[in-house]
Structures are given as C-alpha cells and as structure tokens.
Design a protein around this ligand. Structure first.
Ligand SMILES: [Fe+2]
Length: 421
C-alpha cells in the first residue's frame, strides 16, 4: 500500500476532540465525517466493521451552549468509551491518493466517577487514529494505558499528581509520603496526553512534560506497549512536551530546576540514549522558564527563556495556585538563546519583550550573500504577555465560552541577530 507518512502532534490547547454528538451515527473528528453505516445510498457496502466499543459511560459536564447549526460544543466533553474502532461514512469525497495514517493525541477523559477535573491539561490521554485508504476512512480511538490512568480506573480515584489535580490524602503521613515521592518523581503523572511522535526508527511514542510519561504505542492497534525507558543517566523529571523529531534526529530540552538552565539533548534513532549537546544557563529568575515547546532551524536550536518560570514551591502545594506549577517573574525578563547543533556553543542570547507562549510556529535562518547565517527568525504563538491563558483553559471557562473574548494568541516575530566570528 502506498502511504503518506502522517504523523501529528496533538496539543493541550487544541486536543483531540473525537466526541459523539446527539446523533449516534455522527461523529466529528475535526471535520465532518459520519460513523459507519452498513448501507449507504441504497447499496450494501463490503466493509468489515471492527467495533470494539466498551460499555457506554454517562457523559459528564455536558457543554452549556448550543451553536446554531453546528450542534453542541463537544470538544471539552469526556469521551464515552474507552476504545472504539470503525469505518466512517464520509460526507463528500476523500481523494484516492490520500493514503496513510494520522495519529492525534490529547486529553479526552476529564472525570473519575462523579469527580470532574478542573483543567483542560488534566484529562487522561486519548489517542485517535484516522486511517485513509482508497477513499475510505477508518477511525479508532483508545485511552493510553499509563500507570496514572490504570491506577485511577482501578481505584476510582486520582493516584498521581496531574497538571492541576493532586491526590487526596487520608492522613498526614500519606501526605508526607506523597511529598517524598514527588522529589523522586514517583508521584508525578505519566499521563501522556500532550503529543505523539514517530521516531526515526519507526517507534511511536506519546509524550507529556514528565519524562516518565513517555509511552510507546502501536500505531495500528493503538495498544499501549509500555514505557519508553531512557537508557542514559541524565535523570531529571521533566522535559519539553514537544521534542523536535525528524527521520534522523530527536532533540529536546531538559529544564534544570536546581541550577537554573536547560540541557539540550539529542537521541539517535534506534537508541534510547539521550546525549547532551550543550547547556544554557538562565539569565534571569530563580528557575528556568516553562518550555512546552521550542523551535529549531537547520543548524541551530532555539531555547526560549520565558518569564513564566517553574516553581518548586507551587509544585508542592495540594491545591492549584493561580499559575499552577509556575510563577510569573516579569522582573526576570525574557530571553531567547541560540545554540549551534553541531558544537553546542551558544551563538546568541538576546533579551526579548516579555512573552507567554506554548507553541512556536516556525524558525529559519537568514543568510547574507555569501551564505553566512546572520540571523534566526523564530515565530511563536504569543498570548499578549498575559498568563491568564492558563485560567482560560480551565474546563469551566472553556465549556461556558461565549466567543466574545478573544483568547487566541498573536503570532510574534522574533528576530535574533547572530554575529559569527
Ligand atoms: Fe502543546
């Protein structure tokens, strides 16, 4: 089968939103498809429908607002089934040349029993698969079986520290035990709900910001195959949720909360060993800035140092703080560092206007007439230097969103001159 290599990264901000509408025969998967029917336009289709649906669960927190002509706002509603697969009936026509599999990952289950999670980023990961072949489309989704998800399902309560949710403790001793486990990382979640990447060796890994939340999945069956164990001794608890992955490269950033900075690391296909390319020391603040994502050019890695910085004290708290695990330090300013991929040398480190960003858009090199790199352009989605975006992503706000408030980020153009010696 000819196929296109589809690989996609889901985000927390716009997660997978495979949800079921009031019409049981219709599902929306980002665009309009209808769920499989054995008969279409009067003729029986020769299809084998694989339906592995689990027992239906009741929906919780239904969307509060109807959108005229668009059905309900279902994007922030928990999935009803742990897993499902079947062929979708397409409204319109899929080009015959479009063959391949598209994977998308994001939070999809925001409740445990009667308890509703509060923040978008807390949802248990739902992996969605769209397989295009000869004009047909088969869809499946499945919960990623992280330890956090399995434990929650088994005990019907939260067992690990999610983005904003913390397990309730029966007594003081269990609270102390949880704190001890926090420092070792044992109590942190491995709920890999942020993205999915295909490594150069073909392995497909779902990710979140905890390093332990790197989980290998089967892209065909969506089975959870197991934890992705990094074989090096770099340690650490967190990394960028969105590594940069190509057929030959895997780059990511490891924030250093003890000695504020970032390790820039690389992993070769076929290995589980990350190797350090270089280190960036923070220029401001008590801790490194949050690095949900970062950009890269052909020769350089761009390390953003955002004034929204990790906060160990907030990490210890049992209830969410306004900025969750972070603190806003405008006095510490914002910076962008540029590291040479080949040497690990920092070739530029510039102060930039205060910024709040989750995602970079693009980065590229500008060259002079002789082909020398003179500048890096790194564009990002910037939330007006306003940390309230974290509050706006609470489910209560998303579900009652009226559309009156412009919460979308602006694209910010970052120009970083480089002087080569
Ligand atoms: Fe993201």
């Amino acid at each position: 089968m000819a196929s296109l290599a589809f690989s996609a990264t889901g985000t927390n901000v716009f997660p997978s939103y495979m949800t079921v509408s009031d019409n049981p025969r219709r599902a929306r998967v980002g665009c309009t498809f209808a769920m499989a029917e054995l008969k279409k336009k009067g003729k029986t289709r020769e299809l084998t429908i694989t339906n592995v649906a689990t027992e239906l669960r009741p929906l919780v927190s239904p969307p509060a607002k109807e959108v005229a002509g668009e059905g309900k706002l279902v994007a922030w509603t928990s999935i009803q089934q742990e897993r499902w697969e079947g062929e979708l009936v397409v409204e319109g026509e899929i080009p015959q040349w479009l063959n391949g599999t598209y994977l998308r990952n994001g939070p999809g289950l925001w409740h445990l029993g009667d308890y509703n999670f509060r923040h978008l980023f807390d949802g248990y990961a739902t992996l969605v698969r769209l397989h295009f072949e000869n004009g047909r489309l088969v869809m499946g989704h499945r919960q990623i079986e992280s330890e956090a998800y399995k434990a929650a399902k088994k005990s019907n309560k939260l067992c690990y520290r999610e983005f904003s949710e913390v397990p309730k403790h029966d007594n003081f001793l269990s609270y102390i035990g949880d704190l001890a486990n926090l420092f070792s990382g044992a109590s942190l979640t491995d709920n890999a709900n942020t993205g999915v990447v295909k490594l150069g060796d073909g392995r497909v890994v779902c990710l979140t910001e905890t390093i332990k939340g790197s989980i290998v999945v089967n892209p065909d069956t969506l089975d959870t195959l197991g934890k992705f164990d990094y074989s090096d001794s770099l340690g650490g608890l967190i990394h960028s949720a969105h590594p940069i992955v190509t057929d030959t490269e895997f780059f990511t950033l490891l924030p250093d909360l003890v000695n504020p900075g970032y390790l820039v690391v690389k992993m070769e296909p076929g290995t589980n060993e990350r190797k350090v390319i270089g280190r960036v020391s923070c220029r401001g603040g008590p801790a490194p800035g949050w690095v949900h994502s970062f950009p890269m050019t052909e020769h350089y890695i761009i390390v953003p140092e955002m004034p929204l910085r990790y906060c160990a004290q907030n990490l210890l708290k049992a209830e969410p703080t306004p900025l969750y695990k972070f603190e806003w330090h405008p006095d510490s300013k914002g910076y962008i560092h540029v590291m040479c991929k080949a040497s690990g040398n920092i070739v530029a480190s510039v102060e930039v206007p205060l910024f709040v960003t989750f995602h970079f858009i693009n980065a590229y090199e500008e060259k002079d007439e002789e082909g020398r790199v003179t500048a890096i352009i790194a564009d990002c989605c910037e939330h007006n230097s306003n940390t309230t975006i974290l509050d706006k992503l609470r489910l209560e706000n998303l579900r009652s969103y009226s559309g009156d408030d412009d919460v979308l980020p602006d694209a910010r153009y970052n120009f970083i001159p480089i002087s080569m010696h």
